[in-house]
Design a protein around this ligand. Structure first.
Ligand code: FE
Length: 199
């Protein structure tokens, strides 16, 4: 059984793409919601420490790539477990672009939406962008990836047989032995609180 009611709120998984004027960038996000339909308005919330947050505050636009069940673990590794501040997530690839010039991920997604930021709300740790939709398109009939589906089917299962240690609830990384309080997951950079003991 889930430990908190928050874990039973269904949510999708998305790659938010943006461009800082030098290169394309993308991040994994699970907080995208359509909040009105006349006109269509979408909110996206993201951690202020993410590079995408700063880029989107500056440029006022982003694309939402709606991940489908066909998205493989490497998409999550590439866009979720490292920062675009440090590396080029589109290195050696020529992404296809939407009309707004921002990257699309047609192999991993079933739809995309192009957003223009209308308002920004400071939520403390996170910032929320309230956006108009300038373009939207369905790319395939594949079902959308959900947060539950990612955890059940995509995230690698820990190879825990006979091992004593801790597993990251976010990405599945296994740390053998004691877990220091200030431990940071080397794959997804989540803190020690997001680890649970191996069973
Ligand atoms: Fe992790």
């Amino acid at each position: 059984m889930k430990k908190t009611a928050f874990e039973n709120i269904s949510c999708g998984m998305f790659v938010i793409t943006s461009n800082d004027g030098r290169r394309h960038n993308g991040m994994i996000c699970n907080t995208v919601f359509q909040v009105t339909n006349t006109p269509n308005r979408v909110v996206v919330s993201m951690n202020k420490q993410s590079y995408s947050h700063d880029v989107i505050r500056e440029t006022g636009k982003m694309n939402v790539n709606v991940l489908s069940v066909k998205a493989k673990f490497d998409v999550f590794e590439r866009f979720g477990f490292q920062s675009g501040r440090d590396i080029d997530k589109f290195e050696n690839s020529e992404p296809s672009l939407a009309q707004n010039g921002l990257a699309l991920l047609p192999e991993a997604s079933n739809s995309y939406l192009c957003l223009e930021v209308k308002e920004y709300i400071d939520l403390g740790t996170h910032g929320m962008f309230i956006c108009d939709v300038t373009e939207e398109k369905v790319l395939s009939d594949d079902d959308s990836m959900t947060y539950d589906c990612y955890h059940k089917n995509v995230k690698p299962r820990p190879e825990s047989a006979g091992k004593k240690g801790w597993v990251c609830k976010i990405c599945g990384y296994v740390h053998e032995g004691d877990l220091p309080e200030d431990f940071v997951c080397p794959w997804c950079l989540h803190p020690a609180e997001d680890f649970e003991p191996l069973e």
